[in-house]
Design a protein around this ligand. Sequence first.
Ligand SMILES: N[C@@H](CCC(=O)N[C@@H](CS)C(=O)NCC(=O)O)C(=O)O
Length: 292
Amino acid sequence: MSSPLRLVSQSRCFQGTVTKYEHDSQVLRCTMKFNVYLPDIKTGDEKLPVLYFLSGLTCTEDNFIQKAGALHSLSEHRVVLVCPDTSPRGVDIEGQDDAWDFGSGAGFYVDATEPKWAPHYNMYSYVTVELPELVNAHLPVDPTRMSIMGHSMGGHGALICALKNPGRYRSVSVFAAICHPSQCPWGIKAFTGYLGKDNKTAWAAYDATALVQRYEGPRLSLLMDQGDQDNFLKEKQLLPEHFIVSVENCRQKQNLIVENRMRPGYDHSYFFIQTFVEEHIHFHSLHLSASI
Ligand SMILES: N[C@@H](CCC(=O)N[C@@H](CS)C(=O)NCC(=O)O)C(=O)O
C-alpha cells in the first residue's frame, strides 16, 4: 500500500532532517501540510519519542520549526518534533479569511459544532487522533512516548489535549498560553463562532481552566512560561492566573505537577520562545525517557 504522506521538501539540520509532508485529511476534508524533525535513526527498528508543537494565531506548520531554534536541542536529546498547521486550508467557507483571529490560521483546536464550520474545522480531532495515527503508522516513533507543547492559541491547544486525554501525553509545556478562553476576547470570539453562543457546556469542554479543576488521571507534569511584557497578557487574553487558581482547586491537585514561570522583560514573540525553548525540550526529554 502506498503511503498517504506525500513528501513536499526535505533539508538536513544538525544530526537529522526536517521534512514537510502533505496529506489528505479525512477529519478536516482538505489537504494539510505538517513538518517533522527526525533525528537520525541508529538502527533499523529504532523508535524515538515524539513531541507535538501547536502554534498560535496566524501561524502555519512553519513558524516554530523555522523560528524557535529548537532543532539543535531535539537532535541532542533525540526527540522527534511534529508541527501541524493551525486550521484547515484551501476550503471554501464564506468569511474564513476576514479576520486574523478567527477562521484561517485560527482553528483553536476545537471540533466545531456550528453548521457553517463543522464540516472542516475539527482541529481537535486532527491533532489528537488523525495526525498521531498517521505519524505512528509511517514514521519511526514510539506511540507510548508522546508529549505536547504550544504557544498562545497553541498553548491552549496543548493544555486541553493533555487534560482531556489523561495518560496519553507524558508532559505538557506552554509559552504564553491562552489559559481561560471562555473569558478572554479571542476565546469568546472563537467559541461563539465554532461552538455556538449558548453552548457553555461545549465551551467548558475546551477550556483549560475549567478542565483542570476536574482533572482525574495519572500524574501530569506541566511547564508554563510567560513573559511579563507580553501585550496580550496585559490585554487579558491569556489569563494564566485563572488557570493557576483552578489548579489549586483541583481535588486531585497532587497529580498535577505545575511549574509556572513569569519571565521579566519578555514579550509574546518568538524571541521569547527562542530564549527558553531548550529548557522545554530538556523538560520533555526527561519525561519521555523515564521508564514508567
Ligand atoms: N495578528 C497579529 C498578532 C499575531 C501573533 O502575535 N501571533 C503569534 C501567536 S498568537 C505568532 O506566533 N505569530 C507568528 C510569528 O511570530 O511568527 C500580528 O500579526 O501582529
